[in-house]
Design a protein around this ligand. Structure first.
Ligand SMILES: NC(=O)c1ccc[n+]([C@@H]2O[C@H](COP(=O)([O-])OP(=O)(O)OC[C@H]3O[C@@H](n4cnc5c(N)ncnc54)[C@H](OP(=O)(O)O)[C@@H]3O)[C@@H](O)[C@H]2O)c1
Length: 293
C-alpha cells in the first residue's frame, strides 16, 4: 500500500492522478472529501499530523509513504516518522527543497527542511528525498494583478531561478514511490533553464497576446507584501531566500527529471500554456458589453 499525504496540495494533487490505478493506494487529507482526481480504487483517509491516532489509522498496512509537510519549524515530520515506524512502514519519500544543499542557505525554512531530512535519515526507515527548486506554479500569485492591471510585481526581477513544473515533481514522485532502487537516495529537481521574473512576464504576455508590465518591488515593498500572506518569521526567510537568488544561487540546472522520468523537464512556456486561463482577463459578460454600448 502506498500512502500519499498532502493529496489536496500542489504536488500531491498532481500525484494522485498519476499513480497506476492497479496499485493499492491510500490518499490522506484532513478532509478527504476535498481529494479530487483519484482512481475509483484509491482509498481515502482522514489524517492530521497533530492527531497521532488518525496517522496510525492512515498508515495501517502502508509500505511506502509520500510525505508533504508545510508547518515551518513545526513537528509534523517528527509526528509522521514516529507513526510510520510504529506502523511498520518500509520507506518514506519526503518532499524537501533544493536549498538544503546550499551551504549559504541559513534561513528558517531551509533549516527546518534540513532538520526534517535529518530526522528521517536517522529514523531507521528507508528514505528517499525529492528536493525541488521553486515551483513554476508559484507565479500563480501574479495572476490577479495580471488579470486586473496587466502587471507583474516581484523582487529581483532579473535574477535567475531554474524553477520546475510541479507535474515533473509529481511524475518523479510516482517513479520513486513505485520502483525499487531509490532507497537512501536524494534527487534535486529543476526545470530545463534558469528563468527570471522579467522573462516569465514577457512569456506570459506573448501567450496572452497582450503586453504585460513588470514592476520591480523594493525589498521594503516585498516585505510588506509577504507579511500580508505569511507569519513574520516565514516572510523574513523568504526575503533571505530571494537574496540568495539575486546572488545566483538558484540558477543551476540538473538533469534529474529526465533521469527519473525518461523525458526532459517541462518548460515554463508549456506550464504557462496549460494555465493561461488563470492569467487571462475575464471576457466581459455579454449583457455588460451591451450596457456599455
Ligand atoms: N512552493 C515551492 O516553490 C517549493 C519549493 C521547494 C520545496 N517546497 C516544499 O513543498 C512542500 C509543499 O508542497 P505543496 O506546495 O504541494 O503543498 P501545499 O499545496 O501547500 O499543500 C499542503 C498539503 O498539506 C496538507 N496539510 C496541511 N496541514 C496538514 C495537517 N496538519 N495534517 C495533514 N495534512 C496537512 C494539506 O491538506 P489539507 O489542508 O487538505 O488537509 C495539503 O494537501 C513544503 O514542504 C515546501 O517547503 C515548495
Amino acid at each position: 500500500m502506498i500512502l500519499v499525504t498532502g493529496s489536496t496540495g500542489t504536488v500531491g494533487r498532481l500525484l494522485v492522478g498519476r499513480l497506476p490505478a492497479e496499485l493499492p493506494v491510500r490518499l490522506m487529507a484532513r478532509d478527504p472529501s476535498k481529494i479530487t482526481g483519484a482512481a475509483a480504487t484509491a482509498q481515502k483517509a482522514a489524517g492530521d499530523y497533530s492527531d497521532p491516532q488518525s496517522l496510525a489509522m492512515a498508515l495501517e498496512g502502508v509500505r511506502t509513504a509520500f510525505l508533504v509537510t508545510t508547518r515551518v519549524a513545526g513537528d509534523e515530520d517528527a509526528a509522521f516518522v514516529r507513526a510510520a515506524r510504529m506502523a511498520g512502514v518500509r520507506r518514506v519519500v519526503k518532499l524537501s527543497a533544493a536549498a538544503v544543499l546550499d551551504e549559504r542557505a541559513d534561513d528558517l525554512i531551509t533549516r527546518w527542511q534540513r532538520a526534517s531530512e535529518e530526522l528521517l535519515r536517522a529514523s531507521g526507515l528507508e528514505w528517499t528525498l525529492l528536493r525541488p527548486r521553486a515551483f513554476m506554479s508559484n507565479c500563480l500569485s501574479w495572476a490577479q494583478s495580471v488579470r486586473s492591471v496587466r502587471t507583474v510585481r516581484a523582487l529581483y526581477g532579473t535574477s535567475g531561478n531554474a524553477c520546475v513544473d510541479p507535474r515533473d515533481i509529481a511524475e518523479a514522485a510516482v517513479r520513486v514511490l513505485t520502483e525499487e532502487g531509490h532507497a537512501q537516495r536524494a534527487y534535486s529537481l529543476t526545470g530545463p533553464e534558469a528563468l527570471t521574473a522579467v522573462g516569465q512576464t514577457q512569456e506570459l504576455g506573448r501567450l496572452l497576446g497582450v503586453p504585460l508590465r513588470f514592476e520591480e518591488l523594493t525589498p521594503h515593498e516585498a516585505r510588506a507584501a509577504l507579511m500580508r500572506r505569511y507569519p513574520a518569521c516565514v516572510a523574513e526567510a523568504l526575503l533571505q531566500s530571494a537574496e540568495r537568488q539575486r546572488s545566483g544561487a538558484k540558477a543551476g540546472v540538473d538533469d534529474t527529471v529526465r533521469m527519473l522520468t525518461g523525458r526532459p523537464a517541462g518548460t515554463f512556456r508549456a506550464w504557462a500554456e496549460d494555465h493561461l486561463r488563470e492569467f487571462a482577463p475575464a471576457a466581459p459578460h455579454p449583457a455588460a458589453a451591451h450596457r456599455t454600448r
